[in-house]
Each structure stands twice: as C-alpha cells, then as structure tokens.
Design a protein around this ligand. Structure first.
Ligand code: SR1
Ligand code: MG
Length: 406
C-alpha cells in the first residue's frame, strides 16, 4: 500500500482513489469510488473521483515536477500551495466566484476541491458559440474584489507586504516573462508561427522597433509593479461557467503584479472568441449576433469594472492619500492602460508563441485561420501602442471593429 505521508510521487488514477479514501474527509466509508484523470491544461494532473453510489464527487489536483506541455519547463510543485492559498483568499474576497478548497497537502503537492462538472470550460463553450449574459457582471465583480481589496489602497501595508512575500512565484513568473513578454517579439526557436502568417509577423511585429520598446517597458511593469494579488493566467480556460454561475479557477501563476494583468487576459481571450466567430459562423445573421454579443461583453466588462472599482474605492480605501482629489481617477487610468497593454501581449503571444489557443487552432480553413491570426495581431499591437488612450469599453471595441474592417 502506498504511503502518501512521507514522500512526494505523481499519482495514478487508482492512487487518487486511495488518497481520497484515506486522506479526505469527504466520502462515506462504503463509497464506491471511480476516478478519471481529466486534466487538459499545460501543467498539472487533475483527478475527478466519484462515488458511484451517491454521485458525490471531488477534484484532486496534483502539480507534477515538469510541465505536461513540454519537459523544458521544470517547475516547483510549490505552485500547488500558491494555488490553494489564493483560492482560499479569493473565496472570501469574491464569494461565489471560485471553487471551494477542502484540503491542501504539502507532501503530495495536491489539493482537493469542489467539483464543478455541472459547469463547462468557458473556452469550449465560446467555441460552440454559447452565450453567458451574466458573465460581464460576474467577472467584473470578481476582478474588482480580488484586485482592489488586495492592494495597498485597501490593505494595511505590512499585511500586504506579507502577502507579497508568500506569493513570490519565481518559476511561474519566469514562464510568463519568457512566453508572454520576450519570445513572441523576436524569431525565437520556441515560437510556433502559422506559415501563412509568417511574413505578417516579421513585418508588423519583429521588425517594429517602436513596438518592441513599448513591450520592454510593459515587461518591466509586470516584473516590478507589486500592485495587486493577480490570478496570473485568467484566460477562458481558467473559467468554469454555466448560465447563472461563473467560477474562476487554476490560479497557479498568481503573484503580486499589475492589476491590469487579469483584466487584460479576460479581454484578450474574449477577442480570440470574437476572431473564432468571425471565421467559423457561416450564417450572416448568426455571426453578426454572436459577434455583437462578444463585443458587448467586452464593452460591459470594462465599463462595469470602472463603475464597480470606483464605488469599491470609495467604500473600502484605507490609504490616507487615496482621498486626494484626482488620485482615484489617475490610479484607475493606469489599471486600464495596463489592461490594454496585457490584452495586447496575450493576443500576440498566443498567435506567435509556444502556447496557442483552441479558438484559433480549431479554424480548419487555413486562409481563414491566417486572417483570424492577423486580426488578433493587429488588435494586440494597437492595444499596446494606444494603451494610454484606452479608458472605456467603447475604446476597446473600436479597436476590434477597425481591425476587422482592414
Ligand atoms: C508552459 S505553460 C504555457 C502556458 O500555459 C499556461 O496556462 C500559461 O498561460 C502559460 O503561459
Ligand atoms: Mg492553467
């Protein structure tokens, strides 16, 4: 019988059943457990353990020693501690918007959490062109609560610094530094560029020195601005959704960084869904309808974020200078600037870099995929270069519309 209490090893499905029986206070003694490994992310193993008698289920997520996407990435399994701790914190800051964590195990580097199988992964749902009218309201509340309430504006500064320390996440941050901010902007061997998009990438991204200078500034903002406790990888594959519920999960890239990092990732990944819709929905009326749904969602997220952030600042700010006239507006302006900058990086890196997104890769017609990729690159570049002017939902969607028209 394997011992889960002495030394770390990577679990199999039958190990996960044993683990659930012996180390989780979750199932009844007479439970009949089955297990399936369901992880489809780039890094971890995700076991769904179900009692076939009662249908009660739990997720056990284990961090492996190397990334699933490539053994080039050797990662500390401590990321599972980071993930468990931030989920517990966000569960309090944004109730209803994250799964409940039942247990964290520092030896097996795993955590047990609420099974959200009644929800679906948002990226897959958007590729099927489903609509979620409450998403903008839900995600804007999640973003305001988790980002503003963990910042120096609200938190006692020594407590905030203790959190900064406990969420130092050097290896996962290094992945983002390389994959998001560095490699997409030169002809890096690890990049993965669609042949038909290659010339466009060279001309509009790699040969543009002015753009590259801006990306350098933004990279240093990412590395040095410990503003808020960010999720760090808030793409639509990190969201479980159903009509009336939104749950943000998988925050293993969490660290103290620019608040705009999370908002920008949300906006960019809705833009991938928009590019998918443009080239995969054949019927004109249906395509226009779905595209309008996505652009309205992007607009609403930015506008609701602005509105809720401003209100939450007035209610919760404890920092003395937060009340100075004009400071809130200045601060919010920098968050939106960073939102545009990060949305731009996410849009460019998922087209040029190592880790692509299904919204684009499922476009089977090669010409259409190239056009979709060019739209994402154009929107991304515009977001980066015009980031100082991106303040309202309309500012963001105007960029999408003008890239589509080109
Ligand atoms: C090596 S990990 C590649 C990507 O997958 C994660 O979800 C992050 O987005 C990372 O950049
Ligand atoms: Mg992930």
């Amino acid at each position: 019988m394997k011992d889960f209490t002495k030394e770390y090893f990577t679990m199999t499905e039958s190990d996960a059943i044993e683990y659930a029986k012996r180390h989780l206070d979750f199932f009844q003694e007479d439970a009949e457990l089955t297990c399936k490994e369901i992880g489809d992310g780039n890094l971890n193993y995700v076991f769904k353990v179900v009692d076939s008698k009662t249908n009660k289920s739990v997720i056990i997520k284990q961090a492996g020693p190397i990334a699933r996407i490539s053994d080039e990435f050797k990662l500390s399994p401590d990321r599972n501690r980071i993930e468990s701790e931030i989920l517990k914190l966000q569960y309090k800051l944004a109730p209803g918007y994250v799964p409940e964590v039942y247990k964290y195990d520092p030896i097996m580097n795993c955590c047990a959490m609420e099974d959200l199988s009644d929800h679906e992964m948002m990226r897959g749902a958007l590729i099927k062109h489903k609509k979620f009218p409450l998403f903008a309201d839900h995600i804007s509340t999640f973003l305001v609560n988790t980002l503003l309430l963990t910042s120096d504006v609200v938190m006692e500064h020594k407590e905030k610094k203790a959190l900064v320390k406990s969420f130092i996440n050097p290896e996962l941050c290094e992945i983002s530094e390389d994959l998001v901010f560095t490699e997409p902007f030169y002809d890096c061997p690890r990049n993965d560029v669609t042949p038909g998009t290659g010339d466009f990438v060279k001309e509009t991204i790699w040969d543009d020195e002015a753009l590259k200078l801006e990306t350098a500034k933004i990279k240093f903002e990412f590395m040095t601005n410990a503003q808020s406790l960010v999720h760090g990888d808030l793409h639509t594959g990190s969201v479980f959704i159903k009509e009336d519920s939104t749950k943000v999960f998988d925050p293993e890239f969490a660290f103290y960084g620019p608040a705009g990092y999370d908002i920008g990732n949300v906006i960019a990944n809705l833009t991938f869904a928009y590019a998918n819709a443009l080239f995969t929905i054949e019927n004109d009326v249906e395509r226009q309808d779905y595209v309008a749904y996505l652009t309205n969602t992007i607009k609403d997220i930015i506008d609701l974020f602005n509105e809720k952030f401003s209100k939450a600042w007035d209610e919760h700010a404890t920092e003395f200078v937060a009340k100075y006239k004009g400071f809130k507006e200045y601060y919010l302006g920098t968050v939106l600037r960073d939102t545009a900058a990060i949305a731009g990086h996410e849009l460019i890196r998922r087209i040029i870099g190592l880790a692509h997104v299904k919204d684009i890769t499922v476009i089977s017609d090669e010409k259409a995929r190239v056009l979709a990729e060019k739209i994402c690159l154009t929107v991304g570049k515009t977001f980066i270069l015009n980031r100082e002017n991106m303040k309202t939902g309309d500012n963001f969607i105007d960029v999408l519309k003008s890239a589509e028209e080109q």
